[in-house]
Design a binder for this molecule. Structure first.
Ligand code: KIV
Ligand code: ZN
Length: 519
């Protein structure tokens, strides 16, 4: 098979990314991210680890059912039960893939206590089993970069003979370096019989900060699938970041003549969404998607930029979907103008969603001097609806150097106004205590995160809140020019979503079985 210069993008945000401690996403959020990945041109979406939990199984199977062009892949260990469960979930996709792996380095071989021969036999049997179920099988020798090269060649050959169609070479602990990463793939392709009949993939972790460089080097060595995550989300220091490899291949196509199908203009949008739903904010100086990636502070840089943008930028903000322009809409603008602007930003909203955003937009335009694209995106992601059982009606907070801080709140609960005052250790604590006084519940706050959407003292704050109750997780988001109001709305939003989830599984049951009417 002659090698093409097309590189497949395999996104594992929903599997390896979700494995980062605390990055749990809800079912609906996973479906939403999968749809965004599919729309941006990701070739393969690793949607989860179906045997890991009922929730993971359901997510992979629903993502498979809703998939459009992307291949949907699930992960499984090297045993028949895992592989069968994986197949049950991915089989609904137009293009399903089973991914099975086993740790092949000396350290990992010691865990199941298998000899080299026993492990080789296990690989043969499990890959054969997977291939009998699905004609698209990926096999990974975990910790490949710390596996003896001759043993690695031997097991890769076995997997290829057993029917694997993609061989992924993981740098599980981020240990390799660019030259070695390229040499390893090059050596496998040159040595393993049948290697030219399969696709080699690279899967790099970022423990030493070399993940992106190692992935690109592997492509130079012959890999034609890059495994990555949005924002580099992933265990410990994370994985190769999708946006970094894709933009590097695009900007330096002169020396790395490889292409991907990714629509790079969708990068910023998905990066923001993954940051919000995972609760992992993007660091300001992160390549491509960080807040400062296109910011120029020093006089020399600003002067250069004004004369010629290319003096200090190697790509255009528009290439990743950032226009940076202020929204030419005022408080007198209509729905049609708003729809056109949202379409330009990559949103295609149903009429009722547009109406909700329109109401929020009018409210914001009344309060804020300039409404930027980022403000508008924050309004889209604010997900309160008319059907919510709990709504914030009014909030007045007393704060300052003299505590305790106090929140006077009116909420609408199932259509009726309920009023309270509560104190707390700071204005946000007082506000959350007021919500709890009005609507007692046993849900636990897992995450509270605030970020400014744009610059300036009148900037909106986006607040993300994650709550957990009896293993159910719900996130809430809101944006407002008042940080405490945004916090209250995000908290109430998460509670509403928790209620919906609870009612779906146990009709008539409130969070912790306590409704405000019982108190
Ligand atoms: O890092 C790793 O080795 C993995 C494998 C499961 C592919 O994520
Ligand atoms: Zn990994």
């Amino acid at each position: 098979m002659t090698q093409s210069n097309d590189v497949l993008i395999f996104d594992t945000t929903l599997r390896d990314g979700e494995q980062s401690p605390g990055a749990t996403m809800t079912h609906d959020e996973k479906l939403e991210i999968a749809e965004m990945l599919d729309d941006m041109g990701v070739d393969i979406i690793e949607a989860g680890f179906p045997i890991a939990s009922e929730g993971d199984f359901q997510a992979v199977s629903d993502i498979a059912k809703l998939s459009k062009s992307a291949t949907i892949c699930g992960l499984s260990r090297a045993n028949y039960k895992d592989i069968d469960r994986c197949w049950e979930a991915v089989k609904h996709a137009k293009s399903p893939r089973i991914h099975t792996f086993i740790g092949t380095s000396p350290l990992h071989r010691a865990i199941p206590n298998l000899t080299m021969d026993e492990m080789a036999e296990r690989i043969h049997d499990t890959v054969t089993h997977a291939r009998n179920l699905c004609d698209n099988v990926q096999w990974s020798p975990m910790d490949a970069t710390r596996t003896e090269w001759d043993y690695l060649c031997r097991v890769v050959e076995i997997a290829v003979k057993a029917g694997a169609t993609t061989i992924n070479i993981p740098d599980t602990v981020g240990y390799t370096a660019p030259r070695e990463s390229a040499d390893l793939i090059r050596n496998l392709i040159a040595t393993v019989p049948g290697a030219d009949e399969v696709i080699f993939a690279t899967h790099c972790h970022n423990d030493l900060g070399m993940a992106t460089a190692n992935s690109l080097a592997a492509v130079e060595g012959g890999a034609r699938q890059i495994e990555c995550t949005i924002n580099g989300l992933g265990e410990r220091a994370g994985n190769t970041a999708l946006e970094e490899v894709v933009m590097a291949l695009k900007v330096r196509n002169d020396i790395m003549p490889y292409s991907t199908k990714i629509d790079t203009r969708k990068i910023m949008n998905i990066s923001r969404r993954v940051a919000t739903v995972s609760g992992f904010a993007v660091q300001y100086n992160k390549a491509i998607v960080g807040k400062n990636a296109f910011a120029h502070e020093s006089g020399i840089h600003q002067d250069g930029m004004l004369k010629n943008r290319e003096t200090f930028e190697v790509m255009k903000p528009e290439d990743i979907g950032l226009s940076g322009t202020s929204l030419p809409l005022g408080k007198h603008s209509g729905r049609a103008a708003l729809r056109a602007k949202l379409n330009e930003l990559g949103f295609d909203l149903a009429d009722n969603q547009l109406n909700d955003v329109f109401v929020r937009f009018k409210d914001l335009a009344d309060r804020k001097k300039e409404v930027f694209d980022d403000d508008l995106m924050a309004l889209v992601y604010q997900n309160d609806t008319e059907d919510d059982r709990l709504k914030l009606k009014s909030l007045r907070v007393v704060c300052g150097t003299e505590g305790p801080q106090q929140a006077d709140m009116v909420m609408v609960v199932d259509g009726a106004d309920v009023e309270t005052s509560a104190t707390g250790d700071g204005p946000v604590d007082a506000t959350f205590n007021a919500v709890k006084a009005i609507f007692p519940h046993g849900a636990r706050l897992q995450l509270y995160q605030v970020s400014a959407v744009t610059e300036g003292t009148d900037a909106q704050a986006t607040v993300s809140v994650r709550m957990e109750e009896d293993g159910r997780i719900a996130t809430g988001q809101s944006a407002d020019t008042d940080t405490v109001v945004a916090s209250a709305k995000a908290y109430i939003n998460a509670l509403n979503r928790l209620l919906v989830r609870r009612e779906k599984s146990e009709p008539g049951y409130d969070v912790k079985g306590v409704s405000y009417k019982d108190t």
